[in-house]
Ligand binder design. Sequence first.
Ligand code: MF3
Ligand code: CO
Ligand code: CO
Length: 275
Amino acid sequence: METHSDTHRGRLTKDGIRIYEAADFAGMHKAGRLAAQILDDIAPHVDVGQTTGEIDRLITQMVDDAGATSATIGYKGYRHASCISVNHVVCHGIPGDKVLKDGDILNIDVTVIVDGWFGDTSRMYVAGKPSIKAERLVQVTHDALMLGIEAARPGNTFGDIGHAIQTYVEAQRMSVVRDFCGHGLGQVFHAPPNVLHYGRPGTGPKLEEGMFFTIEPMVNLGRPETKVLADDWTAVTRDKSLSAQFEHSIGITADGCEIFTLSPGGLFHPTKPAG
Ligand code: MF3
Ligand code: CO
Ligand code: CO
């Protein structure tokens, strides 16, 4: 008889965090790479005059063409293959009729399921020419994510990751959003722990080989407070200041971590394809 043991791989820590097996990294790598490839491939379509709804339609097609499944379509009633968060939208922006204009900055967040494994990643894009301030926000947010990832290794704690992000961002006189966090994932979309993007060194659960989770800091030019609009999804900065976010899915290894969602094309915040 078929059992459901394959949906409960590995073991749980005392904090309820799943420890996956060495063989499971391959599944995450494949799912993560597809999500990152889609973020590469959408880059040439992000431009002044384009609607966020059309970008989402193209992403839906890419997920389909790859024979994968969108994790967000049908998730808690969400109906799109991406979240597209423009300017002061912090996260969970709903694609639609909004037309991109010169200088807009936007986050595109895609989560796919491949062979049961979840790949979740987001990056910033720009339409036309962004202001110097907007460009700095995007760069600082990217660097904050990578500093968090550098702290992601056995022996450190989740608090060390949050601390690395927070201290860097605040030294640039920007702020870290508290109302949303990263999350465990693997054969589910959202699992323990909450991965906070602020914190104190040495606090929180210890990182162990085989943990899979996202780091996805949201950084504001102004104050950290957010509010969710009447559509029950769109989160915006309360002070209407610009916000940026980058997200990677990672797995803790013996001596560091593997980033499952690195850009196959080596793109950074790809307003245009490299070159
Ligand atoms: N991808 C988002 C995350 O990073 C979740 C989006 S859920 C949706 O966790 F329903 F809004 F798409
Ligand atoms: Co996520
Ligand atoms: Co995401």
